[in-house]
Design a protein around this ligand. Structure first.
Ligand SMILES: [Zn+2]
Ligand SMILES: [Zn+2]
Length: 85
């Protein structure tokens, strides 16, 4: 069942990995982060940094600095470079 536009598994994988915490030698996220990846990617596509950070952090109010950084990374890497003058 594909209800959304085609999203490459590779992209979802990298979103999950960033959310999980990317480090040298780590090639896959944990199952929990993999499950969150489609949601995170949806939010990332809207460019809502705060909402994305909160979703990664699992908080409804405010995300921690670490998750803010992850959110920025996800947006930077998933949203194709546009003229962000
Ligand atoms: Zn994880
Ligand atoms: Zn956090």
């Amino acid at each position: 069942m594909s209800t959304t536009t085609e999203v490459s598994a590779k992209l979802l994988g990298s979103v999950a990995l960033i959310a999980c915490g990317r480090r040298a030698g780590k090639t896959a996220s944990c199952a929990a982060c993999a499950r969150k990846a489609p949601t995170l990617l949806n939010i990332a596509s809207t460019g809502a940094l705060d909402a994305l950070a909160a979703a990664i952090c699992g908080s409804h109010s405010s995300a921690c600095q670490d998750c803010h950084t992850k959110a920025e990374t996800i947006i930077n890497e998933t949203v194709e470079e546009r003229c962000a003058g």
